[in-house]
Design a binder for this molecule. Structure first.
Ligand code: BJW
Ligand code: ZN
Length: 236
């Protein structure tokens, strides 16, 4: 912890990569693992374009349920510590794989949402996209003003990341002095490759996770514990 604190304190370029684990203490289930969302549903049944084409109603029901759950929770000390860190640093980039919007609610300024946003919809016909916070949705699947069917504004397996966002994240990782990797299993690409990229460009990489992950062996310091407790200690 002391080493991590020192690296963070002295760096002026800090990049943070977050995953589902940072929202776990708020009550949002993670994807993988014993309590994970995918214990009962396979990802390919719900988080692929093919699944949506096959059964849009089933996929929408899952997202409607998750939106309901997320709407009842609040950011935790981990989200708030990253807002504090952003205020301290001249160059700070928050890259998240999360779609839950809790970094926005905590007050983070600029967020690179690699996997989109569960609070946004996109029209399959006219391609417009818009925010929608209704919980529960009055009708699933929801539709656009143009009459076309809407889809959740998230990134499914096999889909490209939102325009420009990946390039920006990659650039930030290359320039980083410190990369802080929080609450991610590090198995989804290209997000996980930011770790290799930052390290190869000379950044110190610090992991915060309750468990060992496939990326633990790739980082300089691995801190075991809940991010809601460890992050506030790290940035104070
Ligand atoms: C705590 C904690 C606490 C708990 N404190 N910690 C290269 C190699 C191999 C495969 C690929 C590759 N490149 C691309 C691929 C394919 C694929 C992929 O990665 N597959 C692998 C799984 C094998 N990637 C893609 O398809 C991506 N697209 C792409 O590459 O496009 C290329 C392309 C270009 C041009 C045209 C077309 C295509 C897209 C990936 C999209 C991922 N989408 C999802 C769903 C989002 C929507 C939704 O939410 O429903 O994103 S999948 C899911 O996994 C979600 C997450 O963001 C993502 C990562 O999960 P995360 O956050 O790591 O969660 P968990 O549950 O895995 O881990 C939680 C962690 O927290 C654990 O470690 C816990 O221990 C920890 N934890 N409590 C701290 N309190
Ligand atoms: Zn439309």
């Amino acid at each position: 912890m002391e080493q991590a604190r020192e690296w963070i304190r002295t760096a002026s370029r800090v990049v943070v990569l977050t995953g589902a684990g940072i929202s776990a203490e708020s009550g949002v289930p993670t994807f993988r693992g014993e309590q994970g969302l995918w214990k009962e549903h396979k990802p390919e049944e719900l988080a692929t374009p093919e699944a949506f084409t096959r059964d849009p109603r089933l996929v929408w029901e899952w997202y409607d349920w998750r939106r309901g759950l997320i709407s009842k929770v609040a950011p935790n000390g981990g989200h708030r510590a990253l807002v504090e860190l952003e205020c301290q640093k001249r160059y700070f980039t928050l890259v998240t794989q999360n779609v839950d919007g809790l970094h926005d609610l905590a007050g983070s300024g600029r967020i690179l949402k690699l996997h989109g946003d569960i609070w946004r919809f996109r029209c399959l016909e006219c391609r417009s996209d818009w925010p929608d916070r209704r919980v529960p949705l009055p009708k699933v699947p929801p539709h656009c003003r143009c009459g076309g069917m809407a889809r959740p504004g998230v990134v499914w397996f096999g889909e490209p990341l939102p325009d420009g966002m990946w390039l920006e994240a990659e650039h930030a990782a290359r320039e980083a002095e410190v990369l802080l990797v929080v609450g991610t299993s590090g198995v989804v690409y290209p997000a996980a490759s930011l770790i290799t990229l930052a390290r190869a460009s000379g950044a110190k990489v610090i992991e915060v996770n309750i468990e060992e992950t496939p990326v633990s062996s790739e980082v300089h310091v691995s801190l075991r514990g809940p991010s809601g407790e460890l992050l506030p200690k790290m940035v104070k």
